[in-house]
Write a protein that binds this ligand. Structure first.
Ligand code: GLU
Length: 446
């Protein structure tokens, strides 16, 4: 089997050797899915995975804009349209200085599997720019978004490709992008998700990724007769995903000990309660400040500059920041300190060796493409509401989100159950693959 996997990866590497994040995502899927393909006559010999690693289309474009001092700036814009076998391309836009083709191809590839797992009719895509919204004024962000959409609008549409948010793209950016699309097309359609509730957005969309990540952890624990009550939880990140993961943990009586940003992390041994979380939302969403401000206000909390939270003893870890934030040594330390449940709110936050240690230690480990699918799932529900010209209540959307997360959990078990352990990583990869592969087989070689 190793020979088949190596030959496949060599072939993919031949074209993509300069894209390490993309190769990492492909290797992770190949090592679990190829043995399955070889064992199933309907999939074997059809080069389905080889077709899936090649984006259907990649769009790259110049994004010129003028900053507040009158200087002309240039960024690079992208949209990777990865796979449309089960629905129109769907996935977020990331604005961050680290954005390049490798990062966006890894995210688009993961998105194909994630979207398939939601059971909603969405293909996979991802886009963004190396534009860094940090320290930019609202007016600069608006001008950038308008320039970005001035090119992107011709490639997207409610039945073709539906972008949304990701790192650096929240409600403010979606608003500017939507306004420009509407102006250029003279159409009010559900072309983006994550919209404001008064102009076509869905209730629970801002909460969905974080809530979904916690629902997934809850499902894994409930399967073995446990729950989140009184569990000590480490959360990384302090953006939208981390904030609502923390909120749901607090609602379920777990104790949230940490939050972080790219400068460092805060540890509050008393636990972050709703009042303190509201303060975090204010400093992050309104003031756009660093998380270190938390420790200035709450004296029992400590701020650790340039460090990640994984050295703090915990039961549950929810990485909600970014890719490869849990390394092998972080994973070892987490396990040694008693962590037995990891539910990923970010995309690919654990390195391959970290994942190996989680499996060896029989940690309940949920990969992002399963556990953070709640965000895009509610995006799918936003699209459904836009098509219906109707809005569901908070309770209705939350109920559907809970059911989708439970169904994803259960399909991971179908394909990932081993003797004394559920390999959720393997389960998610195969369950996602089967759905997309069946559609590709039915539609012929296109
Ligand atoms: N960026 C999110 C993700 O990684 C959401 C995408 C969407 O809502 O389309 O799944």
């Amino acid at each position: 089997m190793n020979k088949v996997i190596n030959e496949f990866l060599n072939e993919v590497n031949r074209r993509n050797s300069h894209e390490p994040e993309f190769m990492q995502a492909v290797s992770e899927v190949a090592s679990t899915v190829l043995p399955y393909i070889v064992s199933k006559k309907i999939y074997h010999g059809k080069n389905i995975l080889l077709r899936m690693v090649e984006p259907e289309r990649v769009i790259m474009f110049r994004v010129p804009w003028v900053d507040d001092s009158g200087e002309i700036r240039v960024n690079r814009g992208y949209r990777v349209e990865m796979n449309s076998a089960i629905g129109p391309y769907k996935g977020g836009l990331r604005f961050h200085k680290s954005v390049n083709l490798s990062i966006l191809k890894f995210l688009a590839f993961e998105q194909v599997f994630k979207n398939a797992l939601t059971t909603l009719p969405m293909g996979g895509g991802k886009g963004g720019s190396d534009f860094d919204p940090k320290d930019k004024s609202d007016a600069e962000v608006m001008r950038f978004c308008q320039s970005f959409m001035t090119e992107l609008f011709r490639h997207i549409g409610p039945n073709r490709d539906i972008p949304a948010g990701d790192i650096g793209v929240g409600g403010r950016e979606i608003g500017f992008l939507f306004g420009q699309y509407k102006k250029l097309k003279n159409e009010f359609t559900g072309v983006l998700t994550g919209k404001g509730v008064s102009w076509g957005g869905s209730l629970i969309r801002p909460e969905a990724t974080g809530y979904g990540t916690v629902y997934f952890a809850q499902n894994m624990l409930e399967r073995v007769g446990d729950n989140l009550e009184n569990k000590q939880v480490l959360i990384s990140g302090s953006g939208n995903v981390a904030q609502y993961a923390a909120e749901k943990c607090i609602m379920l009586n777990a104790k949230v000990l940490t939050l972080s940003d790219s400068s460092g992390f805060i540890h509050d041994p008393d636990g972050i309660d709703i009042e303190k979380l509201n303060y975090v939302m204010k400093i992050k969403n309104v003031e756009r400040q660093r998380i270190s401000k938390y420790a200035d206000k709450y004296s029992q909390a400590k701020y650790y500059h340039n460090q990640k939270p994984w050295s703090i003893p915990c039961h549950v870890a929810l990485p909600c920041a970014t890719e490869n934030e849990i390394t092998e040594s972080n994973a070892k330390e987490l396990i040694l300190n008693g962590c037995f449940c990891v539910s990923e709110g970010a995309n690919m936050p654990s390195t391959p060796t970290a994942i190996k240690h989680f499996h060896q230690a029989k940690v309940f480990y949920a990969p992002g493409k399963a556990s953070n699918a709640g965000g895009v799932a509610v995006s799918g529900l936003e699209m459904a509401q836009n098509s219906l010209r109707y809005n569901w209540t908070r309770e209705e959307v939350d109920l559907r989100l809970k059911k989708i997360m439970k169904d994803i959990h259960d399909s991971c078990i179908v394909y990932g159950k081993q003797k004394n352990y559920v390999n959720y990583e393997k389960g998610a990869n195969i369950a996602g693959f089967v759905k997309v592969a069946d559609a590709m087989l039915a539609q012929g070689v296109v």
